[in-house]
Design a protein around this ligand. Structure first.
Ligand SMILES: Nc1ncnc2c1ncn2[C@@H]1O[C@H](COP(=O)(O)OS(=O)(=O)O)[C@@H](OP(=O)(O)O)[C@H]1O
Length: 306
């Protein structure tokens, strides 16, 4: 057994305020400091649970803001911060990997976060700050995590999907429970300036999702600009986009064994991974945990949301 697999979960993460942080990436003091982090009306937060389409939506939000500048001129793209990676342009609130002083960033500041609602800056609900929350059906998010755990240096490598599933369903993985994350954000949506999207609707209608985001962000872009954003956000193009594919991260920070952040980008890959019994067990837990939330997900592109 590989060294990494033999290590226990505690070697890789620590629990703080109900959330599981990867070890050595952040301190409790920094997380505490976020409570009073000064939010601006013009800030935009993208919030997701792990493996739910974060870097994809991040690319779209960045492009919407950059292309806005080039809209009138109908140019071939924006020159704004062209050399910067998406990580630099839209950093994680909780993992300040670039060591930026967030207070010094010019508006509008774009942030990414995997945090739960209760860990976010408390000013969030007092401001007009825009929050885009993207959720993915949890079977696919778990399968994505399963593969990611094999290439991610800050995570315990999953022994097998059954073992990961037990941990996933009880929230003993990085970022804690999918159920708690979605519930925490969804139930506070009316107190926030909030757009809820799903990974699956982005797969089914990427242009429609880009338009929804433009509308929410108050950006009126020309059709040709929207087309350009959609094109730059396709799986194929993002995979080859060095500023968006996260292959720029040094191995010690995240990816090992030449692992790819953009793996498959589909809906329903769980069907290739879970046994029928595992899937039924997942469904049972899902039914219990979600029974009072009016959320529906697409689990298979040939079926309606349920
Ligand atoms: N453009 C595009 N189109 C479709 N799918 C995409 C795209 N970009 C990223 N992805 C897929 O999103 C999954 C990674 O999720 P996250 O970005 O949330 O990962 S992370 O939590 O920030 O580590 C991961 O899903 P899986 O392929 O199922 O593993 C990525 O492939």
């Amino acid at each position: 057994m590989a060294d990494t697999a033999a290590k226990s979960s505690e070697t890789y993460m620590f629990q703080y305020k109900g959330y599981n942080f990867p070890k050595d990436t952040v301190t409790p003091e920094y997380i505490d400091s976020l409570e009073d982090f000064e939010i601006r009306d013009s800030d935009v937060f993208l919030v997701t649970y792990l493996k739910s389409g974060t870097v994809w939506t991040q690319q779209i939000i960045i492009l919407i803001h950059e292309e806005e500048g080039s809209n009138a001129a109908e140019s071939e793209g924006s020159n704004a911060a062209e050399s910067d990676t998406n990580l630099k342009r839209m950093p994680w609130l909780e993992y300040n990997l670039e060591g930026q002083d967030y207070n010094m960033r010019p508006s509008p500041r774009l942030f990414t976060s995997h945090l739960t609602y209760n860990l976010m800056p408390k000013m969030l609900k007092e401001k007009k700050t825009k929050v885009i929350y993207v959720a993915r059906n949890p079977k696919d998010a778990m399968v994505s995590l399963f593969h990611f755990s094999k290439i991610c240096t800050y995570m315990e490598t999953a022994k097998n999907i059954g073992d990961l599933m037990e941990k996933y369903l009880s929230g003993q993985v990085v970022a804690g429970s999918w159920f708690d994350h979605v519930r925490g954000w969804y139930t506070h949506r009316e107190q926030l300036n909030f757009l809820f999207l799903t990974y699956e609707e982005m797969i089914q209608d990427l242009r429609g999702a880009v338009l929804k985001m433009c509308h929410f962000l108050g950006k009126r872009l020309q059709d040709s600009t929207i087309d350009r954003i959609v094109e730059k956000a396709t799986f194929k193009n993002m995979k080859n986009d060095p500023k968006a594919n996260y292959e720029f991260l040094p191995e010690k920070a995240i990816l090992k064994d030449n692992g790819k952040f953009l793996r498959k980008g589909t809906v329903g890959d769980w069907k290739n991974t879970l046994t029928v019994a595992q899937s039924e067990h997942f469904d049972e837990v899902y039914r219990q945990r979600m029974k009072d939330l009016p959320l529906k997900f697409v689990w298979d592109l040939n079926e309606d949301a349920s």
